[in-house]
Write a protein that binds this ligand. Structure first.
Ligand SMILES: [Zn+2]
Length: 107
C-alpha cells in the first residue's frame, strides 16, 4: 500500500481511489483506476509498505496481541521520484524563511 507524507505538516495519509488530503490540506493524493498507480502532490513523499509484511504482522497481532515477535515488523520505503507507478503533480511550495532554509519544524 502507498502512503503520502506531507512536507508541510508531516502528516502521513493512506491513499485510496478517493482523493484524500493531509491534516494541513496542502497535500493530496489518490490511486488511479489501475489500483496500483498513485498521484500525489509535490513536494511530499510517497511511502510504500510491503503488503505481505503488513498482512503477516496483522495476523500475528490478531493471534497474540500481547506478544512481540519479529513477524510484527514490516518493510517500508520511500518511493524514488523515478518510480513509474507514482505520479507527482505540483502542490504548494514549501515556505522558506529569509535565511533560505526550509521552515519545517520538529514539533
Ligand atoms: Zn499537510
Amino acid at each position: 500500500m502507498k502512503l503520502m507524507y506531507c512536507a508541510h505538516c508531516q502528516d502521513i495519509v493512506r491513499l485510496f481511489p478517493e482523493k484524500r488530503s493531509c491534516k494541513c490540506g496542502k497535500s493530496w493524493g489518490h490511486y488511479l483506476e489501475d489500483n496500483a498507480t498513485t498521484v500525489q502532490t509535490w513536494p511530499g513523499l510517497s511511502i510504500g509498505i510491503a503488503n505481505p509484511d503488513f498482512a503477516a504482522a496483522h495476523q500475528t497481532f490478531a493471534a497474540e496481541p500481547n506478544a512481540f515477535t519479529p513477524v510484527l515488523t514490516m518493510r517500508a520505503w520511500i518511493n524514488p521520484a523515478s518510480e513509474p507507478d507514482v505520479k507527482f503533480v505540483q502542490g504548494e511550495e514549501i515556505e522558506r524563511d529569509p535565511s533560505g532554509t526550509e521552515s519545517i519544524s520538529s514539533t
